[in-house]
Ligand binder design. Structure first.
Ligand SMILES: [Zn+2]
Ligand SMILES: [Zn+2]
Length: 305
């Protein structure tokens, strides 16, 4: 199927909640490198785009992106078909989790060789902002005013409009170039959690972040790291030293929560090797049977009553 046919089919399969003032859209649910991953020409499984979500605020005519992935061009087409831009690119804020390829490379498409955008608001943590200011090609986005960066504070509410704000949550991760955060997405009626990438929920708790159950208790939807299914996934490799919560481990950790709490969980950022990539796999069925959900590209959730 051609790209435009794929996108057309996708736009038709998603429902349109007409009365929804604010809406969340899943633009990608894969790990940074997507799928097929480079060098895997024989991979015939479902295509994955890197993890990203969008929030549409129809009252204010605004659209926000969480993470700027290497597939941003295609992901914005999907968003445009759901809610066309008001002006230009129609991106009123890009919230960056960290400086790994799946989460920020898409910023390059705001620059001179592509959109030549003007002052797209970008929100990031202090080390991430410094990294973008001091390293090419990102520094050129500053000097040409393609982006306008706002520095976020760790664990503090950042109001963006009267009905939309974010609360960055610092998480443990491989922080070579930037710190890593997840986001609490705050609207007057609903909250969502987006933590696509972290090393471990135990390390998060030990650092004072609290438990995953508590985080889920404070939101309506939780999009959380599902990079790997279990420790047998990467054939021939000892996975004990490879970070990321396993989907099986996260489900065990949350097994005693009530149905309504488990139903908030949407696994995201899955690796090309993770069997939940296949909607019909035994593992995907197990996730559903245990009361959890898997984020899929094109999913839409209303954030207003
Ligand atoms: Zn990632
Ligand atoms: Zn990462």
């Amino acid at each position: 199927m051609s790209l435009s046919a794929t996108l057309g089919a996708l736009a038709l399969t998603v429902s349109a909640p007409e009365s929804c003032a604010r809406e969340l859209v899943v633009l990608g649910a894969g790990q940074d490198a997507g799928a097929p991953q480079i060098g895997n020409a024989d991979d015939t499984g479902p295509r994955l785009l890197p993890s990203s979500i969008a929030v549409i605020d129809r009252e204010n005519g605004q659209r926000f992106l969480f993470d700027a992935t290497p597939a941003i061009t295609e992901q914005l087409v999907v968003l445009d078909r759901i809610e066309p831009p008001k002006n230009g690119l129609g991106i009123d804020g890009v919230f960056l989790t960290h400086a790994h390829i799946g989460h920020y490379l898409g910023l390059a498409y705001l620059g001179r060789e592509a959109a030549g955008a003007s002052k797209v608001p970008v929100f990031a943590m202090p080390r991430m902002v410094k990294f973008l200011r001091e390293n090419a090609p990102w520094s050129q986005l500053h000097t040409l005013d393609n982006i306008a960066v706002t520095e976020l504070e760790a664990d503090g509410l950042a109001p963006v409009s009267d009905v939309f704000g974010v609360f960055p949550i610092t998480v443990p991760h491989r922080d070579e170039f930037s710190e890593t955060v997840g986001f609490l997405i705050m609207t007057p009626e609903k909250r969502a959690l987006y933590v696509p990438d972290l090393d471990s929920w135990d390390e998060f708790a030990e650092a004072g972040g609290g438990t995953l159950s508590d985080l889920i208790g404070g939101v309506d939807y939780a999009f959380i790291d599902a990079t790997f299914w279990d420790d047998n996934e990467l054939k021939g490799r000892d996975m004990s030293a490879i970070p990321h919560p396993r989907v099986t481990g996260t489900m065990d950790r949350l097994a005693d929560l009530p149905d309504s709490e488990r139903a908030k969980v949407h696994f995201i950022h899955y690796n090309h090797t993770n069997p939940i990539r296949e909607p019909d796999s035994a593992e995907s069925k197990e996730v559903a049977e245990r009361g959890f959900n898997i984020a899929r590209r094109g999913m839409r959730m209303c954030l207003s009553d």
